[in-house]
Ligand binder design. Structure first.
Ligand code: ME8
Length: 546
């Protein structure tokens, strides 16, 4: 467990600017945002990076088709991402664009370092390339029914094993990175440090791929002009550009200062870099683990840089059994879901219902069910009936707790005791990237608070003049549980938590920098004004929604 207040640097993939942000890219970004918010609330010094992958053949081709320069094209598309992240309450610190000058300097600095170390050499590339995925494929990776040689010399065009779209044949002089040289290093890395990659199933997949042996990797393109130029050329050659993945991965170190100095680009010249790097976690989808768990660590190691502490790969969001993607035409937009479920309802559903690390089928029905059950009924209803009782029985202010709140068997002890163990359970879940587990631990308190109100029946106590202290203690305890719930749900539903805290006269949950201390039982101040307010979540009608 990292010491609180230490640096916590986390990243999402940088998304291809060509695609609009969709539920899949939003999923990774929300997960990273929740982790960033949780770590901030614990007091860590967080840097949260997201951004855009703007170079490569795919973008170049799309720009040509649109009759625009690639730069004008990416400038036109980029704002949609920031708008979507704003809509979803994503509180990132750095938005990287790979067309920035700082990134060009950083990529060239890293490439130069590898070149000078002898890890880059000139060779000839001949083989298949997937432009939409910007990925090279070897013959052996293509399925048997995709034999490349047809009758009479005719070439059958194979399709990409990942996205199924037709591949392009590439034959050119390229520069190669000696990836194969790092095979044993990588095997050893993942064998020795199980935490270096999660979940375990993905780590095993990476290990078995590594044990099959690695080929060197072409890191430049001769005929793609939309990219970062290699900082060297051989006599007689046209300048080449970097392979887009080689360029893109480096964004993770650009963002924290690598290559900030023009001359020599030595990372020691920036304190930020030594402080921030390595990253605590790179969040990725399972489609891009080979890049992040094989190519990227080999590049870093070859450059004498530390490896990220963890790469965590989540699964795919599926609709009707198929991966959601814009190109498959089955994507609902994040804005459409926000319109129906609100930002927090949206964020809650994906964090609670899809187990992080596994594929998850999402459906309208499941969303409505979660929304009505967990949010409208459990959490929203707890707040509204409690706040209304405080209005009715306590003049709309937090009552004082009479007696020793810490004593055995004190009123509300059942909630106090759940709260006492909650911080550790939530932290353990977040340490394992188990968002669903973190939320279900908090929901034990939500449900217990609802049960507690039922069982203590404040409406009955209110009729008994001798039970005034007990009534105050019951309502105080339930309010205290609400305050604790608002704190622990804030990373997932920040606006709702801040609203709940405001209604109880407390400072915003999201400003906590010592979550466990803030969640200590009994800190709620008596006398705070409590406002009932509008319902937090209005039940959705399934029939109407469907
Ligand atoms: O791969 N379910 O960008 P990209 C869950 N530019 N997550 C999904 C998803 C789905 N159905 N579809 C997409 C690239 N994602 C490169 C990355 S990083 C140095 C370069 C998410 O726009 C998931 O995180 O294709 C996946 O890894 C990412 O979007 C791919 O985004």
């Amino acid at each position: 467990m990292a010491c609180k207040r230490s640096s916590y640097y986390l990243t999402t993939p940088i998304y291809y600017v060509n695609d609009v942000p969709h539920l899949g890219t939003a999923y990774t970004t929300i997960a990273a945002d929740v982790m960033a918010r949780y770590r901030r609330m614990q007091g860590h010094d967080v840097r949260f990076l997201t951004g855009l992958d703007e170079h490569g053949q795919k973008v170049e081709q799309a720009a040509v088709a649109a009759g625009m320069t690639p730069q004008a094209w990416v400038d036109k598309l980029a704002p949609a991402f920031k708008e979507t992240w704003d809509l979803l309450d994503i509180n990132y610190d750095i938005f990287m664009r790979t067309t920035s000058d700082e990134h060009r300097r950083s990529v060239q600095a890293l490439a130069r370092r590898l070149y000078e170390n002898g890890d880059i050499y000139a060779g000839n590339y001949e083989g298949w390339y997937c432009v939409p995925d910007e990925t090279y494929w070897t013959d052996s990776e293509l399925a048997d029914d995709q034999e490349v040689s047809g009758d009479e010399g005719e070439i059958k065009i194979p399709s990409c094993p990942q996205c199924n779209r037709p591949l392009t044949y590439v034959r050119e002089k390229n520069w190669f990175f000696r990836l194969s040289k790092y095979t044993d290093f990588l095997i050893n890395h993942y064998e020795k440090d199980p935490g270096a990659m999660g979940p375990d199933t993905r780590r095993n997949e990476v290990l078995s791929f590594l044990r099959g042996g690695l080929n060197d990797l072409s890191i430049s393109r001769a005929n793609v002009s939309w990219g970062i130029p290699l900082p060297w050329t051989e006599e007689g050659d046209d300048p080449q550009t970097m392979y887009v993945w080689f360029d893109a991965l480096i964004n993770y170190i650009t963002a924290v200062g690598f290559g900030a100095c023009e001359d020599g680009a030595d990372e020691a010249c920036t304190r930020e870099f030594t402080y921030r790097w390595p990253a605590q976690v790179h969040f990725v989808g399972k489609d891009i683990i080979r890049f992040h768990c094989i190519i990227w660590p080999a590049m870093l190691h070859a450059a004498g840089l530390a490896l990220p502490k963890t790469v965590f790969a989540h699964g795919f969001l599926l609709t009707k059994g198929e991966k959601m993607s814009k190109s498959k035409g089955n994507a609902v937009t994040p804005a459409q879901l926000v319109e129906r479920f609100g930002v927090d309802g949206y964020r809650y559903y994906f964090m609670r219902d899809v187990v992080f690390g596994q594929d998850g089928s999402i459906s309208d029905e499941a969303m409505v069910q979660r929304f009505n059950g967990d949010l409208a009924n459990d959490w929203g209803n707890l707040c509204s009936r409690l706040f209304s009782m405080v209005g009715k029985y306590c003049g709309g202010v937090v009552p004082s707790y009479v007696g020793d709140i810490a004593a055995d068997g004190a009123e509300g002890a059942v909630l106090r005791d759940i709260t006492a163990g909650l911080g550790a359970r939530v932290e353990d879940a977040y340490d394992r990237f188990d968002y669903s587990g973190a939320l279900s631990a908090v929901w034990e308190l939500v449900r217990a608070a609802n049960r507690y109100l039922e069982e203590s029946a404040p409406w009955g106590l209110a009729k008994d003049p001798d039970a005034a202290d007990q009534l105050g203690n019951v309502l105080y305890s339930a309010l205290e549980a609400v305050r604790v719930i608002a704190l622990y749900t804030a990373p997932v539903m920040p606006a709702t938590s801040d609203e709940v805290m405001a209604r109880m006269g407390c400072s915003p949950a999201t400003t906590s920098i010592d979550l466990e201390a803030c969640a200590k039982w009994g800190l709620l101040e008596a006398g705070n004004v409590v406002e009932k307010g509008e319902p937090l979540f209005l039940r959705l009608e399934v029939e109407k929604e469907q």
